[in-house]
Write a protein that binds this ligand. Sequence first.
Ligand SMILES: Nc1ncnc2c1ncn2[C@@H]1O[C@H](COP(=O)(O)OP(=O)(O)OP(=O)(O)O)[C@@H](O)[C@H]1O
Length: 308
Amino acid sequence: MPAIVSVRNLRKTYDTGFEALKSINLEIEQGEILALLGPNGAGKTTLISAICGITVPTSGTVSVGGFDTLLEYRQARSLIGLVPQEINLEPFETVRATVAFSRGLFGKPRDDARVMAILKSLSLDDKANARVKELSGGMKRRVLIAKALAHDPRVLFLDEPSAGVDVELRRDMWRVVADLKATGVTIILTTHYIEEAEAIADRVGVIAKGQILLVQDKAEMMAQMGKKQLRVALTRPATAIPAALAHYHLTLEDEGRTLVHTYDARQERTGIRTLLNDLDAAGLQMADLQTQQSSLEDIFVGLVKDDA
Ligand SMILES: Nc1ncnc2c1ncn2[C@@H]1O[C@H](COP(=O)(O)OP(=O)(O)OP(=O)(O)O)[C@@H](O)[C@H]1O
């Protein structure tokens, strides 16, 4: 199946001369959830804006559902729902009218039942007649999602959906995203929260300084996260790894006082006991033992730092 979103050699240099995107290539499959993870100023919003046709790229092409976002803007845009980072709602309008109006903007016929169904899916049905200004911040965020869904888009972009949102609402938002995926909607979200990418994404893209450093299946990333380190403090410093231990992935740190074993936490169950026995047999005495697990955060921080 062809990708629903296809980004080719996309570059964006702002009028200030700042190069915010440097030749981005990205293919997004129908029905997947892609999380774009990156530090402040990485270019996430610029990328989303360029895909949605809001920012004109300096060069390169973007297609959504096979439509070029510049040459066939209307067709492409009708397939896209965008939940912006900032709350930009009419305070005196009712929730129902806000969502219905957005639907109308896309030339869709009035459909009160559909609007109510969208509100219900976001647990906003009891607020349908409330004015926006009467809502809590979290509810306003949900109205933004309802607005973005009003014209039944096939691809939904969420720019920092849970910035400034409490834990409960964040989990609520994840449930909404999962429900949307179940209906076949493709979802692209940007986030600072590694936990968020971990919780809901099928694939994770790491973006920094206008470049995509890595796009990877989350399960594969989890496999990387599964790496653990066993740190063995030795009673006497070692000058070298004994030949009998050469088949383990061992390194010496702290001038030979610490022996470090890196292993895949999911594959290795009994290996540690054997290693400790082998250390003993090789005459290395253990004073202390520690384990450390590398997290997606470590991988992310490492990637972004390497790029600095
Ligand atoms: N209109 C603009 N004119 C000039 N520079 C801009 C403009 N918009 C964004 N930038 C710059 O482009 C870079 C990328 O910004 P962008 O908003 O895309 O980052 P981001 O990854 O979404 O960041 P954040 O996580 O803080 O929202 C930043 O250095 C920003 O200052």
